[in-house]
Design a protein around this ligand. Sequence first.
Ligand code: PAF
Length: 281
Amino acid sequence: MEVLRTRDELRQALDRSPRPVGLVPTMGWLHAGHRSLIARARSETATVVVTIFVNPRQFDDPSDLDRYPRSEAHDVAICAAEGADLIWAPPVTEVYPPGFDTTVAVGAIASPLEGAARPGHFDGVATVVAVLFGLIRAERAYFGCKDFQQLRVIDRMARDLAIGTEVVGCPTVREPDGLAMSSRNVHLSAGERAAAPVLHRALVAGRDAWAAGERDADRLRRIVAEMLAAEPLAEPEYVSCADARTLVELEVVDRPALLSLAVRFGPTRLIDNELLDGSEG
Ligand code: PAF
């Protein structure tokens, strides 16, 4: 496995690598969720490229960027264990060289939910992923469904710009108590960590009500919100029940829907979701 820093090193390594190429874009601090993406890429493609880049353009809050966890040695060990072939861990100037002056802005699908809560966030995500797609020209790229809206934004961008990389969504990986794997979990205090599985419990309560026949979106949102309200450390930012295709809020759940939430535990903001489409978890 090679660890590469520059665009030139990456290009040269890709030139001598077999195709198809599978790309796993990350911001590092890899966990079991990333492992599952790398393993999926390993099983489907001949060359697996993992990128590790904490992208400053997608942070709406500078303190969030400063405290984003980083450990390249830990990440390299995980990539090696999962059988990645190439790691691209560039400095900021290799991703955004002097003179870089383009922003990729995806439309409606990027507007609600995380787009509304974190202005500019999806412009930053779409821009960096467009650079990665352009440089690596992978046949497939793998993203987790925990960031469901991100997955949809990237898929829209790749299709609209005819990039030729297939965007593959992979199931959310959870801790045994249901908490979705996230690099941000490391910031939770012991008490917050003990409280955080309420996110999944609340979403499952909503999903169970839907499975039992509840179709009033407000009532589903309320079931989730009431469960969150019972946890004093949880400060909900939003609870959404939206059309899974457009992410527009629903009144009646008469089509596949996404039940999603963003909740703060102290300074740490976590998101999670459940699809209401008849598929499991
Ligand atoms: O999900 C992430 O880790 C990031 O948003 C991504 C897709 C690597 C872009 O920086």
